[in-house]
Design a protein around this ligand. Structure first.
Ligand code: DHB
Ligand code: FE
Length: 256
């Protein structure tokens, strides 16, 4: 039964993709020669490790978030990107994410409240936080930065609150030396993402919630190469004793 429903959904989606592409070909009078250019381009993309994933993620991951945000009563979700790692170090309320002293990042505090869709605080939510180094790289996946740095696992308290200290991330340039870079360049776009902090919230009876925050007024917020920014996720800093504070609250949907 489940398999039949899955097949039906699969067939619907595949048929709609095929129909959409056929309409594009007809509207634009795409020639056989042009079709073969596209076929060769995709073939070449597939031969280069990770490039097909990068291309499809850059163009379509954010659209899955739009689809979910359109239906959800919870706060906005955003793309996960490729750099989440399971097993980040647990950090006590108000504690500090490990950062590299020599990278001299700007200290920030991230805090907020986690509630359900009726505004009731949720205790014991596991909140993974990860972000770039002060030079725009990611720990664990790029050389030289231990994977327990720039990542932490927090837990909300009885009032649904969390708080952590870390350093401010900076803009990040996705790999652009391959076909993804070529497509972006051809469209007159760059390969930069604005500075952002990733979050993944999980808890019993809750729909997994993956999102990001961006910083008001900063570079590339209006031109993210992954089109992952929505207004709700662009936040301003407040200042507390000279330290920048981001307040990111979460409204979590119940699992279906
Ligand atoms: C990519 C990297 C990120 O850190 C992110 O948030 C989104 C995409 C990437 O390299 O494709
Ligand atoms: Fe990222």
């Amino acid at each position: 039964m489940t398999q039949k429903i899955m097949d039906k959904r699969h067939n619907t989606i595949v048929n709609e993709i095929v129909d959409s592409i056929r309409q594009v070909i007809i509207r634009n009078k795409v020639t056989n020669t042009e079709l073969w250019l596209a076929i060769d381009f995709l073939n070449e993309t597939g031969r280069s490790e990770h490039e097909m994933a990068l291309l499809l993620q850059a163009f379509f991951e954010s659209t899955t978030c739009v689809a979910r945000n359109n239906e959800s009563r919870g706060s906005a979700v955003a793309i996960e990107g490729p750099y989440f790692l399971e097993g980040a170090p647990e950090i006590a309320h108000g504690g500090e994410i490990k950062t590299l002293a020599e990278e001299d990042g700007e200290p920030i505090i991230i805090r907020g409240k986690v509630t359900d869709v009726d505004g009731k605080p949720i205790e014991n939510v596991t909140l993974d936080v990860w972000h770039s180094t002060p030079v725009g790289t990611y720990s664990g996946v790029m050389p030289g930065i231990p994977e327990d740095h720039y990542r932490g696992k927090l837990t909300t308290d009885a009032d649904g609150l969390y708080e952590v200290r870390t350093t401010k991330p900076v803009p990040y340039q996705i790999p652009h030396d391959g076909n993804t870079g070529k497509i972006l360049e051809g469209l007159g776009r760059h390969a930069w993402r604005p500075a952002h902090i990733h979050f993944k919230a999980r808890g019993e009876g809750l729909l997994e919630h993956i999102t990001q925050v961006y910083f008001e007024g900063e570079e590339y917020v209006d031109s993210d190469c992954c089109t992952g920014v929505c207004d709700e996720l662009v936040l301003g800093f407040t200042n507390e004793n000279g330290v920048k504070v981001i307040t990111k609250n979460f409204v979590l949907d119940a699992a279906a």
